[in-house]
Design a protein around this ligand. Structure first.
Ligand SMILES: [Zn+2]
Length: 360
């Protein structure tokens, strides 16, 4: 205790207590309620009590509190989530969840009711990107209007394009509707092709392979875990595709109208024929004059139903459905786009159920 009293005056400014297991002794720095401090810091004081006879201690309670809080936060993170993942769209959040399980804490920047082309680069997104150690997006310029701003403002150099921690799903699939000329007056036309790759479940196989490899690169300590989950996903996803394709046989050759050019991969997978789009140019709301033209086309070239994504305004497709006497089918489009699309499997189960119901 004697050595303690020598130390104490130098530490008064940070509010310390001279403390021994036998005789708690407050210093004159203003915070004297040692019983209260004991109650609040039982864990840390117990540890020091065990050491007490050998170590007369001066504890700064605020520092102890911070340490206890810090380790309490750190322990569950290190035990479960090794990676902080920023996904641009719900489908990539869901795929990352399939592959990374409890090793990742995943945030989706958009939900199924948002247009992924147009997202505000708000501070909460920037804060999430700042903490990310993996970014998983579609790419192919889908997020060109907002992601570059979010990443730049985040100041997180580890997740910039070109780094291992930046993953673009579109790089791993065969792109459709790649334009032969690029003119912004044509609307939301992307140089690399149509970015709505998540509507064909076959695309998830090469993307999952590449994403699985990326998880291993970023977190090699859990390599066996990621490889096991990838193998399981591959097996289950292939079985699910076979089931969906069998169910979808009646959709082959069915002529459809699309509200936005958001379904070329779905149509390619199921063999549906896209007659026309309601948007005069991708991303442009259809005018009444344009809808009248679409109606004329449909009189010559009938379609079975008009497709729209859950995030889209229902009015143009309802308008055309009523006048052309065809069905209007809203598809979840991504995870969360309907009550049943709770994960990737639910997304395609519900997509097929809605398309098949549209045939009746
Ligand atoms: Zn689009």
């Amino acid at each position: 205790m004697k050595s303690n009293s020598k130390v104490l005056p130098q530490r008064q400014s940070v509010c310390c207590w001279g403390f021994s297991p036998v005789q708690p002794r407050p210093t004159p720095c203003g915070c004297r309620d040692t019983e209260k401090i004991k109650r609040q810091n039982t864990l840390s004081l117990d540890i020091f009590q065990r050491l007490g006879d050998c170590f007369p201690l001066c504890l700064c309670v605020s520092v102890v509190k911070r340490f206890v809080f810090f380790f309490a936060l750190l322990l569950p993170i290190s035990a479960h989530a090794a990676l902080n993942v920023f996904a641009c769209e719900p489908e990539w959040a869901a795929l990352t969840q399939e592959l990374a399980g409890d090793k990742a804490s995943i945030y989706s920047a958009t939900n199924a009711l948002q247009d992924p082309h147009r997202v505000e680069a708000r501070p909460s997104l920037i804060a999430k990107a700042r903490r990310a150690n993996l970014v998983v997006c579609t790419g192919a310029e889908l997020e060109v209007a907002w992601l570059p701003v979010v990443l730049r403002e985040s100041g997180n150099a580890t997740v910039l394009p070109g780094s291992t921690a930046y993953f673009e799903a579109a790089q791993f699939v065969k792109m459709l509707e790649v334009p032969t000329r690029l003119d912004r007056s044509d609307g939301d036309v992307h140089a690399q092709g149509n970015p709505h790759i998540q509507t064909d479940p076959r695309n998830f196989l090469p993307i999952a392979e590449a994403l699985g490899r990326r998880l291993v690169q970023l977190d090699p300590g859990n390599a066996a875990y990621y490889q096991q989950r990838l193998a399981t996903f591959n097996q289950q996803w292939r079985a699910a595709i076979a089931k969906w394709e069998a169910q979808a046989a009646p959709l082959k050759g069915v002529p459809v109208v699309v509200q936005h050019k958001g379904f070329p991969y779905l149509s390619d997978w199921l063999g549906m024929e896209e007659v026309i789009a309601l948007e005069p140019k991708p991303g442009m709301e259809p005018s009444a004059a344009h809808l009248s033209q679409v109606l004329n086309t449909l009189q010559k070239q009938p379609a079975k139903f008009v497709l729209r994504a859950a995030y889209q305004n229902a009015r143009p497709s309802e308008w055309i459905a009523e006048r052309a006497h065809i069905g209007a089918v809203e598809l979840p489009y991504t995870v969360g786009g309907s009550d049943k699309a709770k994960n990737l499997y639910g997304l395609f189960d519900d997509t097929l159920a809605r398309l098949l119901a549209g045939l009746k």
